[in-house]
Design a protein. Structure first.
Lengths: 298, 332
């Protein structure tokens, strides 16, 4: 008989045990990402493609300020037209660079999309019996759910960082950029990712098949994006859409980011917007952890 | 000493399906206790309740005196589980899988790293420690699951269909690993199986379970003895002679049937009776040209107690999906 007394698992939940389980489980999921170069590169290419194609194709700036724009019969000087265009752009988007405006929207977009598929690994773990195996160990139940949330939050933020770098390389305006601004933006993105991941982990815990999880994610992702200020400012929307856009957490994260990164005045005080996102993230996180206790039990 | 104590344990699914119906039994420290029954008999449900994966509808069980309903986390910390499915993460190495599980049990890294090597050596996977589990063969994966089940050095190990889908050769090898593990770590084993040879070869005591109820608990030998005894079939050289009466008088012979030169005897113990019969027949001047002895198998025992042979029963689609996956992977 080997010495069994070297350690003693008491069955009580201790904080160090919780955090170590949490990190081990999170790292297990992250390893599938960073140890598989193909998946890593593909998941980084996606935002680049979006930003490059979409961001450059939707160039409102070139519509208003291009040299061919004129009114027949009148010969308005180009400088007047340009300044007219710039005023138009500034009034609508808060900046003359629509690409910069959109780039910040893309940061939230990639966070949203990554979070939405946080539930997939829960479904697979359940299907292959890994979840059952986990549940036979004395691992604190909360750490299982939290690890799934954390995994997708980390991925989302890393992808967002890549998008930001690419955006800068592609010509995003740097006149307002600062370390603090970047930190504030990522703080907001963190809260957005945390809330969205919690929501989708919760949905995944409810279902046994991955089809319904992807269906729900696909049903929600574009509406959430289009009812936000990612492409258009809320002020330019019809009033009914404005109501939705004004409660959509994606709008709040983008608003904070636009203020912090490119200096567009935020629609509400930033502290208030942070509070909103914080409540959103904490509420969904707590709900999914509490419900996971019940849902994880067969 | 009883290490597992089960009293009136029941599980009803959806308010109507009685998967486990008021079973009670005890498992003694140090024994290998087997649950034998077909798919759908309630074996996996029982093991899931005892390992705290699902809670019972009624009744309770104690493992080391800890209640599975009220002290679930203490039960979890002290038992090991080898599930029916291959649960190790295919994208990680064998070592990383073990390390993850050790972390979840709260074992310090210093101890676990050394323990993992020791356990991988036990199941002869030392050379595959740094390989991704996806590249393992079926037998290797089963051995890895065994090793993972031991990572917290449990005193009781639960094994759910430990050789499901493995070919006969690998199965025998896995049995040897199980015996070795039990001896090295001085454990009590609770296992389920629907393979009769497995129950016969490994278990000290077997509970025959059918439709969620325990029908009989005893050692495999006693179970086999209980259905009547061994069969001796012999053929003698002379067709005319009738030895029925003579053979019947031999001590240990219970029943003799004759058809021509062939005799079929039900005896208490074939090994001791057969030589006596040979001597007797030659003393009468006849020759035995053919002799065979059959020991009753658990299959016959099962047939005797439940009225049917071990058969496949329908299980839920999710379960059978997992079972098919395990069987497919086992053969790879």
């Amino acid at each position: 008989m080997r010495n069994r007394e070297v350690y003693r698992t008491t069955g009580k939940i201790s904080l160090p045990h919780f955090f170590r389980s949490l990190w081990s489980l999170t790292n297990r999921d992250l390893k599938k990402w960073y140890l598989a170069p193909a998946i890593l590169i593909l998941s980084l290419i996606q935002p680049v493609v979006w930003l490059g194609l979409f961001g450059k194709a939707f160039n409102f700036g070139s519509i208003f300020t291009s040299s061919s724009f004129n009114i027949p019969g009148l010969s308005i000087p180009k400088s007047v037209l340009d300044s007219l265009g710039n005023t138009l752009l500034t009034q609508t988007f808060g900046t003359t660079s629509y690409f910069s405006f959109l780039a910040v929207g893309m940061l939230a977009f990639i966070v949203l999309f990554t979070s939405m598929f946080s539930g997939m690994s829960v479904v697979w773990d359940r299907r292959f019996g890994f979840l059952d195996k986990l549940l036979t160990t004395p691992v604190p139940r909360g750490s299982i759910v939290l690890s799934k949330i954390l995994n997708s939050v980390i991925r989302a933020l890393i992808q967002a960082a890549v998008v930001l770098v690419i955006a800068v390389l592609l010509g995003m305006s740097l006149s307002h950029i600062s370390v603090v601004g970047v930190l504030i933006t990522f703080g907001a993105l963190f809260l957005l990712a945390f809330g969205m991941s919690s929501l989708f982990v919760l949905l995944a815990l409810h279902s046994k098949d991955w089809q319904s999880v992807t269906a729900i994610a696909n049903l929600l992702n574009l509406p959430l994006l289009f009812t936000s200020n990612a492409f258009f400012p809320v002020s330019a929307m019809p009033s009914w859409l404005r109501v939705i856009a004004n409660v959509n957490p994606v709008s709040f994260a983008i608003d904070i980011g636009r203020n912090a990164l490119i200096g567009i005045p935020s629609t509400m005080p930033i502290a208030y917007e942070f509070l909103y996102l914080g409540v959103f993230a904490v509420a969904l996180g707590v709900i999914s952890i509490i419900l996971s206790w019940r849902l994880l039990k067969g | 000493m009883d290490i597992i104590h089960v009293k009136n344990l029941s599980k009803v699914y959806n308010g109507k399906v009685k998967a486990v119906d008021k079973i009670s039994f005890n498992v003694k420290e140090g024994e290998i206790f087997g649950f034998l029954g077909p798919n759908g008999a309630g074996k996996t449900t029982t093991i899931k309740m005892l390992t705290t994966l699902i809670s019972p509808t009624a009744g309770d069980a104690k493992v080391f005196g800890y209640s599975i309903t009220r002290e679930a986390n203490k039960v979890r910390a002290s038992v090991g589980v080898v599930p029916q499915q291959f649960t190790a993460d295919e994208d990680l190495t064998g070592f990383d899988n073990m390390l993850l599980m050790a972390d979840l049990y709260g074992i310090s890294r210093k101890i676990s790293k050394q323990r993992i090597i020791e356990l991988m050596r036990l199941v002869d996977l030392e050379s595959a420690v740094k390989r991704k589990v996806g590249t393992y063969s079926g037998g290797m994966r089963r051995r890895l699951e065994l090793a993972i089940g031991l990572v917290n050095h449990p005193r009781v190990l639960f094994l759910d269909e430990p050789t499901l889908g493995l070919d006969v050769q690998t199965r025998t090898a896995v049995w040897d690993y199980i015996r070795k593990m039990k001896k090295d770590y001085n454990m009590t084993l609770f296992m389920t199986t629907h393979y009769l040879e497995e129950a016969d070869s490994l278990c000290d005591r077997v509970a025959i379970i059918d439709h969620g109820r325990i029908i009989k608990i005893d050692s495999p030998d006693r179970l086999k003895a209980s259905i009547g005894g061994d069969i001796i079939q012999l053929t003698i050289s002379n067709e005319k002679a009738d030895l029925k009466g003579v053979l019947k008088r031999v001590v240990g012979v219970k029943e003799v049937k004759r058809s021509g030169r062939e005799y079929r005897l039900k005896v208490k113990s074939a090994e001791t009776v057969a030589p006596k019969l040979m001597v007797l027949i030659s003393s009468k001047g006849y020759k035995v040209t053919k002799l065979s002895m059959t020991k009753p198998t658990l299959d016959e025992v099962y047939l005797d107690y439940t009225g049917r042979s071990l058969r496949e029963e329908e299980t839920s689609s999710g379960d059978s999906m997992l079972q098919r996956r395990t069987m497919r992977l086992s053969r790879s």
